[in-house]
Design a binder for this molecule. Structure first.
Ligand code: IPE
Ligand code: IPE
Ligand code: MG
Length: 254
């Protein structure tokens, strides 16, 4: 098999079955289970990450085919720096490969790419490639793909709080004038609607510091599927589960 076979597999979009409920505008996914996928096959964890990267291509195809506007993928948390340096290097290598070989194709597909997280920690070269990818795709009108890399929800909120504190200190803002919308405008996801649904694969039932502010009213969907096995059918399953949920936002049940 050639390395990262999924890279070349975009092509025509799958038709996608007809869905009954509303399609979420913003789907966010905690892509978990690469290590267990590899272990169950007697493979090194790196093989799981490589297969996980191929699942990203399938997921993106499914999101586009179903008319999702925003797809946020949690690829590396601020806590994932605690992993073995060799595993971090494997993940960084994959990121570099995709930035070099995939961005042009995403651009042709009119995907708008945005990175959220403390991406400076990946070093100057990668950071520059990420900035180039964002600049190249900025004007695209298709799906917006947010890649959460070195992302932490608490840190996101702390940075927003600091920016607001700065404005207060300068005398530009009264503490009482701070609103939820204002704080949201300082988050890394500024301008992006909150996720309608947050999916986590691999059977874990936690957020692991993902979109803590933005998840306030997200529907949570937990799948047993390990991320490298995620495919278009899994995406449809998520949409069907979401479509059956009744969202109330605190109001009286219908
Ligand atoms: C998700 O898979 C990928 C990252 C967190 C980078 P894991 O590497 O966490 O896989 P498991 O949870 O050990 O199976
Ligand atoms: C969460 O998965 C982060 C990503 C999927 C990128 P982890 O595997 O790092 O989360 P924990 O450690 O099980 O909570
Ligand atoms: Mg994990």
């Amino acid at each position: 098999m050639p390395p990262l076979a999924g890279v070349a597999q975009t092509g025509a979009l799958p038709a996608g079955p007809s869905l009954t409920g509303p399609v979420p505008k913003h789907v966010a996914i905690i892509m978990d289970g690469n290590g267990r996928w590899a272990a169950s096959r007697g493979l090194p964890r790196a093989a799981g990450h490589k297969a996980g990267a191929e699942a990203v291509t399938r997921c993106l195809r499914a999101a586009r085919a179903n008319g999702v506007d925003y797809l946020t993928l949690y690829a590396f948390s601020s806590e994932n720096w605690r992993r073995e340096p060799s595993e971090v290097a494997d993940l960084t290598g994959l990121l570099r490969f995709y930035l070099r070989h995939k961005v042009a194709e995403l651009h042709r597909e009119k995907v708008k790419i945005r990175f959220v997280g403390e991406v400076g920690r990946f070093g100057q070269d990668l950071c520059a490639e990420m900035a180039r990818a964002e600049a190249l795709t900025e004007g695209n009108s298709g799906l917006t793909l947010l890649l959460a890399l070195s992302y932490g929800g608490r840190s996101d909120i702390v940075h927003a709080a600091r920016a607001l504190a700065q404005a207060v200190q300068c005398g530009d803002l009264a503490p009482d004038a701070i609103t939820e919308d204002m704080l949201a405008r300082y988050l890394l996801t500024a301008g992006v609607p909150d996720p309608d649904v947050i999916v986590r694969t691999s059977g874990e039932h936690r957020l692991s510091n993902f979109l803590l502010w933005q998840s306030a009213y997200a529907e949570l969907v937990f799948l047993e599927t390990l991320w490298p096995d995620f495919d278009e059918d899994c995406f449809t399953r998520v949409l069907n589960i979401y479509g059956r949920r009744e969202r109330r936002f605190g109001a009286r049940p219908a």
